[in-house]
Design a protein around this ligand. Structure first.
Ligand SMILES: Nc1ncnc2c1ncn2[C@@H]1O[C@H](COP(=O)(O)OP(=O)(O)OP(=O)(O)O)[C@@H](O)[C@H]1O
Length: 295
């Protein structure tokens, strides 16, 4: 199990990680989201031991990752750029990984390369983005590491390959019980696969359940008012406006929903409908800033 305890990191005088704590169970997928420059890559690089935290500890199965280099056999970080691998063929890369990761499963690697019809002896620089993404992910899972950190794994790949990559991830996690962290800006794909979402804001991380992007604390409603006067609505402390187009408001309601809905009904709206909460709604609400909604 990965256990991150109160890690903090300052880079160039700026606090990038501040008292970050969370844990990750075996056989789970954790999504890491946050705005550009929030600190996602820094967190992944700190978890794997490339960067040292200024304070706090990262434990894998009870041992500090930073004090037990042998744990690196069981953890792998896949960066968002695969340029370093361009000069290799997949077979050459497999040889390299096998020399580093003692549990590297060559049969598994060959089976997957065959399943996804990827060439073994062609230089990776000649692969499409999608093929590159798949090879690197296959390579990571073939190491048989129990903790796999993926930085933007589906960047720039088309919807068909993305679906294949995500299905493959879910299958691997279910079968082999590995723990996976995926850092991504593609919120809709996390909704489908993540058990937990870690949301970055101002160097701090909030963990929330990932079930289809829903969070029990929040409910989404669409309201249409008879006239332009929605002052009553905006004065309700548990109501946040996600968007407004004319008299149509999309709202995120926090806690005490029934009471708030009663108050909304008293404003006699023309329409008051419940909508499913998407991860994107929570992202906009929590990370979008004060003026993120459409006026
Ligand atoms: N080696 C470094 N030197 C100086 N500043 C750095 C370094 N690494 C990261 N930073 C700064 O730390 C902050 C977090 O960067 P990081 O790459 O972790 O963010 P991110 O969430 O992964 O961003 P993105 O989504 O755009 O990839 C940024 O302000 C970045 O400029």
């Amino acid at each position: 199990m990965l256990n991150v305890k109160h890690i903090s990191k300052v880079i160039d005088g700026r606090s990038v990680l501040e008292d970050v704590s969370f844990y990750m169970n075996p056989g789970s997928i954790t999504g890491l989201v946050g705005r550009n420059g929030a600190g996602k890559t820094t967190l992944l690089r700190t978890l794997i031991g490339i960067l040292d935290p200024d304070s706090g500890v990262v434990e894998w199965d009870g041992k500090s990752v930073h004090h037990h280099p042998e744990l690196k056999q069981d953890m792998i970080y896949v960066p968002d750029s695969t340029e370093a691998f361009n000069g290799f063929t997949p077979m050459e890369l497999a040889d390299l990984f096998q020399s580093i990761y003692k549990k590297f499963d060559r049969m598994h690697f060959l089976e997957l390369m065959d399943r996804f019809q990827l060439p073994l002896r062609k230089k990776i620089r000649h692969f499409s983005k999608g093929m590159k993404a798949l090879v690197i992910i296959i390579m990571a899972f073939s190491t048989k590491a129990s903790c796999i950190l993926l930085d933007e794994p589906t960047n720039g790949i088309d919807a068909v390959i993305k679906k294949q990559v995500l299905s493959y991830l879910v299958e691997e996690v279910a079968e082999s019980g590995v723990s996976v962290i995926i850092s991504t800006h593609h919120l809709e794909e996390l909704e489908r696969v993540a058990d937990t979402i870690l949301m970055f804001k101002e160097a701090r991380v909030e963990a929330m359940p990932g079930h289809d992007g829903e969070d029990n604390r929040y409910h989404k409603m669409q309201v249409v008012f008879k006239d332009d006067d929605a002052e009553g609505l905006l004065s309700l402390p548990t109501v946040h406006v996600l968007s407004r187009v004319g008299r149509v408001y999309t709202l995120l309601i926090e806690d005490e929903t029934e009471e708030t809905v009663l108050q909304l009904e008293q404003l006699k709206p023309l329409v008051l409908d419940r909508l499913p909460v998407r991860l994107e709604d929570l992202f906009m609400f929590k990370l979008g800033g004060e003026h993120s909604h459409v006026e």
